[in-house]
Design a protein around this ligand. Sequence first.
Ligand code: AMP
Length: 120
Amino acid sequence: MFAYDPTNIFARILRGEIPNKTVAETAHTLAFHDIRPLAPVHVLVIPKGAYVSLDHFAAEASAEELVDFHRTVAQVVAGLGLEGGFRAIANTREDGGQEVPHYHLHILGGRAMGRMVQPE
Ligand code: AMP
């Protein structure tokens, strides 16, 4: 059901073909600054495994990968001074507005983030 395209830009970052501004790295997870930040803090947390989306990762990742990913999220939040709160976004497939087909969690903060979704 989940077909992974290894030419996507985050796969290239993981292979070291493209540089990134790393915030945290573990055996299973990489966190780095978004290249076009939409808030004072805008970090992407990605698994190193070949998962296309949040639901793919949640369904098929190992327990070790799942724990490692979320512990890294906690490390990013604590390390970047997001005590006032933050927004985590996982755009997923076409309706979700996902551009890069490798699962990534946006961590946005450093200001009040406003309403979650624009009303129709
Ligand atoms: P999404 O629309 O959820 O797929 O978001 C993809 C995100 O990846 C966007 O916020 C882009 O700014 C970000 N992005 C794309 N290329 C890079 C890159 N080389 N380094 C860091 N962030 C990137």
